[in-house]
Write a protein that binds this ligand. Structure first.
Ligand SMILES: [Zn+2]
Length: 260
């Protein structure tokens, strides 16, 4: 029996200046979301043992959307397994047409070169699903998803995954018919883990494991094991393992072997 795998966090915000030791001391594998291509450029100069830095263009950040450059994005996408965060935001100052234009360009590239993509859809759930459908992008993880049951079913049919943070109630997803195999954990640190009594740090998804375990009627260890298996299957389906740190690849191997 191999050592227990650490917690996973598929969407957290961490300053790109944080030291490597501090990241390792989180004791978790963390996928970090960036909001602008400038920040992404800085993030991509790093190589950390258990931290995966994403390339992102947040729909709620006007400067990021104004300065979005598809060629720069293409260049950055070639260097990482993770795109985050991108999507649409109905409360953003950025005109929706511009948001749709940027998101469509991003998912168009992802459709050609698949990546794990953490997607923001606040107050724009239907239009977000429209763009996912039109571009045919795979590997989408809907982050902090609040769509209706009907939209959730549509997202399942489109092959989307859902990342659950401590501020969400996974029973809503269970009721809408989301299989456990489509769930992954996130903190959305520092927004998603603001409430509650648990630790407010990236990678701290034990409370998500507990809430998913309750919602799906499973032991907590089984939930973490399933999250790792889900991630491993996603990495295999998208063929992005070559872009991940070796330590994380070894953990994915352990996840694939567990329960055999
Ligand atoms: Zn975020």
């Amino acid at each position: 029996m191999s050592r227990e795998l650490p917690p996973l966090d598929l969407h957290a915000h961490i300053d790109v200046g944080v030291g490597a030791r501090d990241l390792e001391s989180l004791g978790a594998v963390v996928f970090v979301a960036t909001r602008t291509l400038e920040k992404s450029a800085a993030a991509l100069t790093r190589s950390d043992a258990v931290t995966i830095w994403g390339v992102g263009c947040h729909p709620g950040v006007p400067a990021a959307q104004d300065r979005f450059d598809v060629e720069l994005f293409r260049y950055q996408l070639a260097q990482t397994a993770f795109i985050s965060e991108v999507g649409l935001d109905g409360g953003s100052k950025v005109p929706m047409d511009r948001q749709v234009e940027v998101f469509t360009e991003i998912l168009g590239l992802v459709a050609q070169a698949p990546r794990i993509v953490s997607v923001h859809s606040a107050r724009a759930t239907t239009r977000t699903l429209d763009v996912i459908e039109q571009t045919g992008a795979r590997g989408v993880i809907l982050h902090w998803w609040l769509g209706s049951d009907r939209e959730t079913k549509r997202a399942i049919d489109l092959g989307c995954f859902f990342s659950v943070n401590p501020s969400m109630d996974p029973r809503r997803l269970a009721t809408a018919g989301v299989p456990l195999e489509r769930l992954l954990p996130e903190t959305d640190h520092p927004s998603g883990n603001r409430r509650g009594a648990s630790m407010k740090q990236p990678g701290w998804t034990s409370d998500v494991e507990a809430s998913v375990a309750r919602a799906y009627g499973l032991p907590e260890q089984a939930v973490r094991r399933q999250f790792w298996k889900t991630l491993a299957a996603l990495v295999d389906a998208l063929d992005v393992e070559w872009l991940l740190p070796p330590v994380v690849c070894a953990m994915l191997d352990a996840a694939r072997r567990s329960g055999e």
